[in-house]
Design a protein around this ligand. Structure first.
Ligand SMILES: Cc1ncc(COP(=O)(O)O)c(C=O)c1O
Length: 396
């Protein structure tokens, strides 16, 4: 007898990136597909010492159940860091530790979305957020997006058109997938619109610390006068993603709902991981570590952009991000990226086609390249091969 799964099982497909990642585990593959940090920068020796120290000094507490809200010293550190970097005004009581910022996104769906509700998002946007929200039966409305962020005239028109809207989801810093960041005015205006129409904003910011040049701007939350903006953050890109430790930051009244929902999901995030990170932060200088990450990624981004200039056909456009992990490529409108990806995979080079980052529009001429995870020589070789494939298709 066939099992009767919930309707949402059929609505959600396996992510193309996850499938590609399996393929690219082969050692001779050059992968621009995932969003993986550079593993050679994981502070393995330091973590070994931290682990020993932790188990010696607070081993029992580190291995015990703990509160849903999370380890207090870690929450305190996060609140201070956000206030200092993003011009927010948080205390530890505004922070809920989550299992990666991915869980923060999922819990946002859980507390805000009913079947048929509308979520406004950038076009394109982070595909794992789409899948997380989709499980709650929502619909997506893409808002026109340019180099400065969401086009807010379009957002306002759509807010009026879709009264069933419940949430605005944005990634204002080095966006996944485009690598672009929002301008100051758009941040301010979005906070204003969110207050005017009483629509919560999820400000998802996993890449903000990875700025290679230019000025750090205040967050959207900085402009939030009514408490409608909820932020996420993560240790995945500034420390190690395997810990699965991220956070939500928002008004206490809203966080209470998150906390209750999180209890039903996993009771709390990994106690030992939280305490290990807190011990690392007390023992080592994370800014020094983040500086190393920024330097390596800046170098890889430069290598990628230089090579794209050199070997991609001139009619191919791409973003020039000031930080983060990704470059976004746009082919002439009539070109379909699907056979190009197949040819590149046959050459053992992988990237992600852009289609999945659009919840509704059917754009087939874009793709995403990751530069953080491949050494410079492989970036050169991989893009050389991609350039050859692209020339074949564009010249035809
Ligand atoms: C935009 C965005 N949000 C959230 C996440 C989730 O990150 P994590 O769960 O590792 O914190 C990612 C991961 O790549 C991302 O790109």
């Amino acid at each position: 007898m066939a099992l009767k799964f919930a309707k949402r099982v059929a609505d959600i497909k396996s992510s193309e990136v996850r499938e590609l990642l399996k393929l690219t585990e082969q050692p001779d593959f050059i992968s621009f597909a995932g969003g993986l940090p550079a593993p050679e920068l994981f502070p393995v020796a330091e973590i070994k010492r931290v682990n020993e120290l932790l188990l010696e000094t607070e081993g029992q507490a580190a291995l015990q159940y703990s509160t849903t809200e999370g380890f207090e010293p870690l929450r305190e550190w996060i609140a201070n860091r956000m206030n200092q970097r993003l011009q927010t005004n948080f205390t530890k009581d505004n922070i809920l530790i989550t299992s990666g910022s991915q869980q923060a996104i999922d819990l946002t769906g859980k507390i805000f979305l009913d079947e048929g509700d509308v979520v406004f998002c950038e076009s394109p946007t982070y595909l794992a957020a789409l899948n997380a929200f989709r499980a709650y039966g929502c619909e997506f409305v893409e808002v026109a997006t340019d180099e400065q962020g969401m086009v807010l005239e379009d957002l306002e028109a759509k807010i009026k058109q879709y009264p069933q809207a419940k949430l605005i989801y944005v990634i204002p810093e080095f966006q996944n997938p485009t690598g672009l960041s929002w301008g100051l005015e758009r941040r301010q205006q979005l906070a204003k619109l969110s207050a005017e129409y009483q629509l919560p904003v999820l400000e998802d910011n996993p890449y903000g610390e990875l700025r290679f040049e230019g000025e750090t701007l205040p967050s959207i939350k900085h402009f939030d006068k009514v408490g409608n903006v909820i932020c996420t953050g993560t240790f995945s890109k500034i420390f190690c993603p395997g810990y699965r430790i991220g956070w939500l930051a928002g008004e206490e009244g809203i966080l209470q709902h998150y906390t209750i929902m999180k209890q039903g999901t996993d009771l709390h995030s990994n106690t030992k991981a939280q305490r290990e990170i807190a011990t690392y932060l007390a023992q080592y200088d994370i800014d020094e570590h983040i500086t190393k990450i920024r330097e390596l990624y800046r170098h890889r981004r430069d290598t990628m952009l230089q090579k794209l200039d050199d070997v991609f056909p001139k009619e191919v456009q791409f973003t020039r991000p000031e930080g983060g992990l990704f470059v976004w490529v746009t082919l002439p409108e009539h070109v379909d990226v699907t056979p190009i990806l197949q040819d590149c995979l046959a050459e053992k080079v992988a990237f992600v086609s852009g289609e999945t980052f659009y919840p509704t529009s059917q754009k087939r001429n874009t793709f995403r390249l990751n530069f953080s995870n491949m050494p410079e020589d492989k970036i050169d070789i991989g893009l050389e091969k991609m350039g050859r494939v692209l020339r074949k298709y564009l010249e035809n």
